[in-house]
Design a protein around this ligand. Sequence first.
Ligand SMILES: NC(=O)c1ccc[n+]([C@@H]2O[C@H](COP(=O)([O-])OP(=O)(O)OC[C@H]3O[C@@H](n4cnc5c(N)ncnc54)[C@H](OP(=O)(O)O)[C@@H]3O)[C@@H](O)[C@H]2O)c1
Length: 223
Amino acid sequence: MHLTLLGTGTMAEALGTQWARAGHELTVLGRDPGKASALARRLGGPATGSRPPVAHGPLTEAGPFGDAVLLAVPAASAPGVLAAVGAGAGTLRGRTLIDCTNDLGPGFTLGTTGSPSTAERLAAEAPGAQVVKAFNLCHADVWRLTPPVFAGRALSVPLCGDEPEAVARVAALVRDLGCTPVDGGGLPRARLLEATAAFVIGLWVGAGADAQAILPPVEFSGG
Ligand SMILES: NC(=O)c1ccc[n+]([C@@H]2O[C@H](COP(=O)([O-])OP(=O)(O)OC[C@H]3O[C@@H](n4cnc5c(N)ncnc54)[C@H](OP(=O)(O)O)[C@@H]3O)[C@@H](O)[C@H]2O)c1
């Protein structure tokens, strides 16, 4: 697969490292071309030998964006980044747009309360793009694990998206990490996934609680 990373920070590096290792062709685009070039070098430059070279450029680079695009910037910056890559004019049409953002306010509140989810807003900003919400529930350090397996069980990754081929593409990228994809439903359910992130991050970080322990095993799910 050819993947484009929009953003050069923590999530772009964590997920990009895994996908480079899995043999995908990568392009890194960032507002700071120096950071894009440095990340591209870390992901696949000559120092890593066998991996394909990673292309890089500024956000204004005119594609091609490949099969899937990871949007790894702050939620508040995401519309501007989509505008910078020409998404409003259809540059992401037919491509899978992976939204890993979390719009968290003070006290681990959800920035989008009372309005459409970030994923739905991004779909509106990028006509024709096939948006899939994914990878927003766990810290980047989890995505760096090879593989993320806890107590002998591979991490499950919920995906919310409307187009089956886009969800299947992201499911393959989830499997590349050694994780198990879980169908979270269509894009309207992304708001629940975003709210879940706000809630569990509030438990983990805000309350110091074991958020994983709030749910019983599946055999108890139906009473
Ligand atoms: N870190 C995590 O553990 C984690 C886990 C799950 C989800 N997320 C979500 O993933 C997204 C990315 O998080 P991150 O931790 O990777 O953030 P990060 O390390 O701070 O990187 C953010 C990236 O976005 C770029 N950026 C920021 N504002 C921009 C703007 N106005 N225009 C263009 N580019 C801009 C930054 O560029 P500069 O370097 O030039 O500032 C940087 O490349 C966030 O929405 C976050 O909520 C993060």
